[in-house]
Each structure stands twice: as structure tokens, then as C-alpha cells.
Design a protein around this ligand. Structure first.
Ligand code: GDP
Length: 201
């Protein structure tokens, strides 16, 4: 998919404040610092996107970007802060839970995972919650350039095996590096296919 246009639409504190559900949506979530802003910039190359998400307050909001006048890219707040107080966690959930469970136009939730880490409890809990809530998921391993091919395989296999303990089938998996421009075409093609499926329903 060629990206012809990408514009920031709105930051919303909750589901009811989101823009009208006029387009298929693809949402991105991950722990703080996982590389989400970098990946979103790699995908849609929108100037100021990183800056927008770095603005205090914006990281707590649901951020909609309209791409090619035909789909929404949705930047969700980060979860699992290292120093998460209960309050921060609650805020993340109250902001995103209704959105993820009730937004009818949500086609896929991409959960970002830093490929350097062991499977983290907060990531596994989040993925399990999304899976059991029947939210359509894909996993995105970020920062692949930081590992050798062997270490990358070892870490992603470890994740796959951990998930297969409770999942019958794994969601689609993407390996990305914003530094090396890896994974962009694969994700955009997957989104394009999702848009086609969305239009058929
Ligand atoms: P966010 O908090 O999830 O939005 O994460 P950022 O996109 O701001 O990235 C956090 C840090 O990781 C920054 O220092 C980035 O430069 C770095 N980073 C993000 N993606 C990559 C990547 O693919 N490769 C490398 N080497 N560093 C990355």
C-alpha cells in the first residue's frame, strides 16, 4: 500500500469521544518505550506523530490518524509502565477497554513487543486478555536490529511457545525494525487485506 496522506484527526479520552466510526481501524498498543512512535512513523511517516505522542497528556489518550482518506491508524496509550502505580494502570484500562471491546470498526489490534525481552508478565496478560475478549490481534516484535538473527529467533520462539501454552493458534506475527525499515511492507499489506475483508462484511 502506498501512503498518500496521513492526518491527525483527534485525541480522545474515551470511546464516546472518538471520531464517528466511518472507516476501518487498526490500533497499536504496547508498553511504554517499546518503539511504538517509531513504528507508526515508519508506517505512515506523519510529521509530528512522535511529537504528538510525546506531548504530556496525549499518551493517555486514544489518538486517531486518518490514512489515505480510507482507514484509521489508532495510537493507544502505553501500558505496563515500569513504575506503574495502580492509578496509571486503571487509567489505561478505563481509556482503552471500552474502545477495544466495543469499537465495531476495529479490524485489528497490533500488540508491540520489544524483541530483546523475555516474555513479560504485563505483555502476556494483555495479549491473553485481548485474545479471550476475542479482539482480533497481531503481534509485532520491535527493534529487531538490536539482536543477532539467532538471538532474535530464540526470543521470538520463546514468546511463541509461551503463548502456545494457552493458545491453540498464534495470531499473525511481524518482525520489525524502525531503524532498518524492516516490516513496513508486511504490515501495510496486512492492513490492506484487512480493509478488503472489512468492506466485504
Ligand atoms: P514509544 O515510547 O513506544 O513510542 O517508543 P519510541 O518509538 O519513542 O522508542 C523508544 C526508544 O527506542 C527510542 O530511543 C527509539 O530511538 C528506540 N527505538 C525505537 N524503535 C527502534 C528500532 O527499531 N531500533 C532501534 N535500534 N531503536 C529503536
Amino acid at each position: 500500500m502506498e501512503i498518500q496522506s496521513a492526518t491527525f484527526v483527534k485525541s480522545s479520552p474515551d470511546l464516546k469521544s472518538c471520531p464517528p466510526s466511518d472507516f476501518p481501524e487498526f490500533a497499536f498498543a504496547g508498553r511504554s518505550n517499546v518503539g511504538k512512535s517509531s513504528l507508526l512513523n515508519l508506517l505512515i511517516n506523519i510529521k509530528n506523530l512522535a511529537k504528538t505522542s510525546a506531548t504530556p497528556g496525549k499518551t493517555r489518550l486514544i489518538n486517531h490518524y486518518l490514512v489515505n482518506q480510507s482507514w484509521y491508524l489508532v495510537d493507544l496509550p502505553g501500558y505496563g509502565y515500569a513504575k506503574t502505580g495502580k492509578k496509571t494502570r486503571d487509567l489505561f484500562w478505563t481509556t482503552t477497554e471500552d474502545y477495544l471491546l466495543q469499537r465495531e470498526t476495529l479490524v485489528c489490534l497490533f500488540v508491540l513487543i520489544d524483541c530483546r525481552h523475555e516474555p513479560l508478565k504485563s505483555d502476556l496478560e494483555y495479549i491473553d486478555w485481548a485474545g479471550t475478549s476475542q479482539i482480533p490481534l497481531a503481534l509485532v516484535f520491535t527493534k529487531s536490529d538490536k539482536l543477532s538473527a539467532a538471538a532474535l529467533k530464540r526470543n521470538t520462539d520463546r514468546y511463541r511457545n509461551k503463548l502456545l501454552e494457552s493458545w491453540e493458534e498464534l495470531p499473525p506475527v511481524f518482525i520489525t525494525s524502525s531503524a532498518k525499515y524492516q516490516g513496513r511492507e508486511e504490515i501495510l499489506t496486512f492492513i490492506e487485506e484487512g480493509i478488503v475483508r472489512f468492506k466485504q462484511v
